[in-house]
Design a protein around this ligand. Structure first.
Ligand SMILES: [Fe+2]
Length: 287
């Protein structure tokens, strides 16, 4: 479930054996854990370890590296610029590490986020509650089979980030797929036209959203379903395919996160991708 890599450098070249172990474990559905890879804040960035840097509306502050636009921060002016620079430095570091560690040649760097608010004690809707076991699937962002890979660093000085990690994707899909209702192509078309989604959802996207929601709504699965507790201490980092690995973030504050997207044909073992597993189980083409 956890594959520990004792890297201490954000840049390669890395050992060939380490790289082979990394890609195999990641695609198998393990969390790559880097206990000795801290993202170090500069002295004048320590002030950002404060929940008040968030605007109090969104869960995370996000940075779009293509436009440089930061969202959901309460900061303005010079402070906002320094926070954006810190998030960007993390994103650049995570991108270099992924490029040097993994064999994928075409990885899209998506949003970077800073999560300054304690996970515990916030209020959520059930579907929006990431303290419940789920796979990542986002209503407004159709992936059409593309993968979601995420790199995290815990920058909290004292507190661990605590996750639960669930059963293998295929076992989960076998249980929940029979409960998922029919797919209405007209809905995906309308959502696209109305601007609800960025591009049209495929059958794959509808299925993944249904699986995400069904898992969160099933309180028996949440309480009694197979899972293990994982703790990411201060100064550690981790990398995981969050569209494949069932995860729940139970507690922690001050994490940075970089999202990557990539096509299934980039993978060493494409048949392990959720879209391939779901196509095999359902007997249908999904994208
Ligand atoms: Fe998630």
């Amino acid at each position: 479930m956890l594959e520990t890599l004792t890297l201490t450098d954000w840049r390669g070249p890395y050992d060939a054996a380490v790289k082979a172990r990394a890609v195999a474990a990641l695609e198998r559905g393990a969390v790559l854990f880097f206990p000795q890879l801290p993202f170090v804040l500069a002295d004048d960035e320590q002030e950002f370890l404060d929940a008040r840097v968030a605007d109090g509306k969104a869960k995370n502050i996000s940075l779009d590296h293509t436009s440089g636009k930061m969202q959901a921060s309460s900061l303005t002016g010079e402070k906002a610029a320094r926070l954006a620079a810190m998030i960007e430095r993390f994103g650049v570091g995570a991108t270099a590490l992924v490029a040097d560690l993994l064999p994928y040649r075409d990885v899209e760097r998506a949003r970077t986020s800073f999560r300054p608010v304690q996970v515990k004690g916030r209020s959520y809707s059930k579907i929006g509650d990431d303290r419940l076991l789920h796979i990542d699937a986002f209503p407004s962002r159709p992936m059409r089979g593309r993968r979601i890979l995420r790199f995290f660093s815990n920058v909290a000085p004292n507190s661990s980030r605590n996750w639960h990690v669930g059963q293998p994707f295929e076992d989960f899909a076998r249980t929940f797929l029979p409960r998922v209702g029919p797919h209405w192509p007209g809905k995906s078309w309308a959502f696209d036209k109305l601007g609800v989604t960025r591009g049209r959802r495929s059958r794959y996207d509808e299925l993944m959203l249904s699986l995400h929601d069904a898992a969160k709504r099933d309180s028996n699965f949440q309480q009694n379903g197979p899972h293990e507790a994982v703790s990411f201490p201060p100064g550690s980092s981790w990398l995981v395919f969050t569209d494949q690995v069932l995860h729940a973030a139970l507690g922690g504050e001050f994490a940075l996160e970089q999202t990557f997207h990539l096509d299934v044909d980039q993978l060493a073992e494409p048949e392990r991708a959720p879209v391939k597993v779901l196509e095999r189980l359902s007997g249908r083409v999904l994208t």
